[in-house]
Write a protein that binds this ligand. Sequence first.
Ligand SMILES: CC(C)(COP(=O)(O)OP(=O)(O)OC[C@H]1O[C@@H](n2cnc3c(N)ncnc32)[C@H](O)[C@@H]1OP(=O)(O)O)[C@@H](O)C(=O)NCCC(=O)NCCS
Length: 171
Amino acid sequence: MSEMTLRRAHVSDHGTIVERVRHWWGDSRTPVQARELSLLLPRLFLQFFAGTSLVLEDDDGIKAFLVGFHAADNDHEAYIHFVGVAPELRGQGVGRRLYTAFFERAAEAGRREVHSITSPMNTGSVAFHRAMGFTLEEGDREVNGFPVHGDYDGPGQHRVCFRRHLAIQPS
Ligand SMILES: CC(C)(COP(=O)(O)OP(=O)(O)OC[C@H]1O[C@@H](n2cnc3c(N)ncnc32)[C@H](O)[C@@H]1OP(=O)(O)O)[C@@H](O)C(=O)NCCC(=O)NCCS
């Protein structure tokens, strides 16, 4: 395997990222579910937030990505919307590398807090976010032992909400 390099994303990555999501999740979900997941990544994220999104690639192309942005409504928050790692590379520090790079860039830009969410059924994602230093925000119910915000993204769409403080970078 060739060495992986990290770079900011470009709008031209959009098609590949959507294809990767459908492919990488194809084994664990039905084709319809994998397609639904890819719909969480409309082109706008790569059109308007490519500068804060990241891609890891080797000679064979994109192997992992992070889509995130800095809040437009305030100057202190950042948000990670979607992360994906090729199944054969999971559990090897790739997700940590992407998140750490996002944290560093956000802190350099003066952001002091990162947010993210996941489904309470995605216990792996909860464990990953905890390992990355996130705390779970208090919710209005408990699912799978996690504090959960009921109907957060619409009826029946409950979510675990994460928050992580970022240290201010010395200027
Ligand atoms: C979740 C995901 C992004 C994590 O990326 P990764 O490269 O596998 O994670 P890393 O190897 O960098 O792990 C970082 C830390 O998280 C922990 N972790 C990662 N996945 C975990 C899991 N499924 N269960 C428990 N812990 C996990 C690791 O043990 C590691 O902890 P440590 O550094 O303290 O030893 C990746 O596995 C993935 O794409 N999963 C499927 C998609 C998904 O669920 N995405 C939603 C995320 S919101």
